[in-house]
Design a protein around this ligand. Structure first.
Ligand code: ZN
Length: 182
């Protein structure tokens, strides 16, 4: 699906493109009833796993909670967000604001794109077990060996929460842009 292949490997403890693209496309289409809009959102969501935000060597704050101090962040301070809230929650809240703002000035496609990025951070909240959050880079990544937190069939609780959070987020956006159009 044009996705970085590492993201479909279980040990990373992250949702793969089955959630970030395929499911998101379906969910966005259910809410907006607009295939083009849903495509832009799902692609932007999935694209967070590539480029400078990729979870392997990029900005991890989109995929893991990086607000906690950890030894590795101290050594390689490229990811620590230094914030009080979960870095993914911060990203999703910020993206909602940006998306609403862009829509309001007529940049609709850009708005859907920024919304998709926010969805990615939100969905990753439920992709893996909280006990891994804030752990060292290496531990966080490799402790997932054999783990099933990112397998949607096995982590059905996390998957259900992801569906709910996605719907709430998209509905919140819809309310925001409707209010701004009045
Ligand atoms: Zn991710």
């Amino acid at each position: 699906m044009g996705n970085d292949p590492v993201n479909n490997v279980d040990l990373w403890g992250l949702w793969g493109s089955d959630v970030h693209f395929d499911d998101t496309l379906k969910w966005a289409n259910e809410i907006f009833n607009d295939e083009n809009k849903a495509q832009i959102i799902a692609k932007a969501d999935n694209d967070v796993d590539s480029g400078f935000t990729n979870p392997v060597f990029g900005d991890q704050s989109w995929h893991f909670n990086t607000n906690n101090f950890s030894f590795t962040y101290y050594l390689f301070n490229e990811s620590s967000s230094g914030t009080s809230e979960d870095s993914r929650v911060e990203h999703s809240n910020k993206q909602m604001e940006i998306a609403a703002l862009l829509y309001n000035i007529g940049l609709e496609d850009e708005s859907f794109r920024e919304l998709g990025k926010g969805l990615h951070a939100l969905q990753d909240l439920y992709a893996h077990d909280d006990k891994y959050v804030g752990y060292m880079f290496i531990v966080e990544r490799w402790a997932h060996l054999g783990g099933d937190a990112d397998n949607k069939k096995i982590n059905s609780t996390g998957y259900d929460k992801t569906i709910l959070a996605t719907n709430n987020y998209l509905e919140q956006y819809q309310t925001r842009i409707e209010n701004k159009n009045k």
